[in-house]
Ligand binder design. Structure first.
Ligand SMILES: NC(=O)c1ccc[n+]([C@@H]2O[C@H](COP(=O)([O-])OP(=O)(O)OC[C@H]3O[C@@H](n4cnc5c(N)ncnc54)[C@H](OP(=O)(O)O)[C@@H]3O)[C@@H](O)[C@H]2O)c1
Length: 294
């Protein structure tokens, strides 16, 4: 298995799509290993001739065994946002396990300009990038911009109420389709560069909340008024939604990050890797108008 690629989080949206694109780029199923904490979730992947292994970043010895024989390990950042510090430990375990297992190259899904980011969880990515750099192995960083699919978090309820409360002011976001980010990752992993490399994978245009609201109005035919609020008012407005406590500072930090411009970075890396203009946000809206306004 000298050139094999281990994909963690393979049962998740991004990891699953990376595998799809590796296969469609002609990578043999025999060179791919798919990891999940629950391998049963990967039955359809296994049915395509891909080896499936348990991979839990909270279990360092088990993870080291799982990574055995993999030349490249793609560490997909976990969705663990609480308690503080756990995600950093998970990612450090993944780096340590890959090194101990003899991997020759590490890849990781990070965030654009993580050191400057006001996002509450940016430090997880900063610490992980540090651990990767300290590994001594070639490291491929995929600093992924905001998924278009993230709009499903708040937009449906905004469309229901007709109001989009935001503290982002005129800050912009360079949304990209998650599937195209996965495609770009697969392009790189199928033919990796000789050494390390950092890709910042963003959409080709950034939009402010009022601009996104206009796209949403056009696509759905629903009224949607943008209401500018302060950070404090934004947090207070989340109260009635009954969200888990840990999520409130996360969402508040997204507003601050948008306002600061750190989610609006635009690069040509995604377009360059997939060989076409990334899916415009207007196309996302045209495709998802029904689902967003349900
Ligand atoms: N750029 C963006 O806009 C954006 C948005 C949301 C999230 N993200 C980040 O990008 C990652 C991938 O996105 P996604 O859409 O594929 O998320 P997703 O569908 O929620 O997948 C999250 C993945 O994390 C894995 N995971 C959770 N805990 C783990 C653990 N202890 N050990 C190993 N794996 C673990 C899960 O694997 P199993 O459950 O199968 O073990 C799952 O595959 C997310 O996890 C998050 O870090 C980025």
């Amino acid at each position: 298995m000298s050139d094999s690629i281990f994909i963690t989080g393979a049962a998740g949206h991004l990891g699953g799509k990376v595998i799809e694109h590796l296969l469609s780029r002609g990578v043999s199923p025999g060179l791919i290993v798919a990891g999940s904490r629950d391998p049963a979730k990967l039955a359809s992947v296994a049915a395509r001739g891909i080896e499936v292994r348990e991979a839990d970043f909270d279990d360092l010895p088990g993870l080291t065994r799982s990574f055995a024989g993999a030349a490249t390990v793609l560490i997909v950042s976990t969705d663990t946002l609480t308690p503080e510090g756990r995600r950093q430990r998970q990612h450090r375990n993944a780096v340590d396990a890959a090194v101990a297992a003899g991997a020759r190259r590490l890849a990781y899904t990070s965030l654009p300009e993580p050191t400057a980011s006001p996002l509450s969880f940016a430090a997880d990515h900063v610490r992980t990038e540090e651990a990767l750099a300290a590994s001594g192995l070639p490291v491929i960083l995929f600093r992924n911009g905001w998924y278009q699919e993230n709009l499903f978090m708040g937009l449906p309820s905004a469309l229901k109420s007709g109001h989009w409360c935001t503290a982002a002011a005129d800050g912009k976001t360079s949304y990209a389709a998650r599937d195209e980010i996965a495609e770009a990752i697969a392009v790189v992993l199928a033919n990796p560069p000789a050494g390390g490399h950092t890709y910042t994978l963003t959409g080709s245009e950034a939009f402010s909340v009022p601009e996104i609201a206009a796209l949403a109005r056009n696509a759905t035919g629903r009224p949607l008024e943008v209401v500018d609020v302060t950070d404090e008012q934004f947090v207070a407005g989340l109260g009635p939604a009954g969200l888990p406590d840990f999520l409130i500072p996360v969402l508040a930090s997204m507003e601050v990050a948008t306002r600061s411009g750190s989610l609006g970075i635009v690069t040509g890396d995604l377009a360059g890797l997939i060989g076409r203009t990334p899916k415009p946000l207007a196309t996302f809206f045209a495709e998802q108008a029904g689902a967003l306004s349900r």
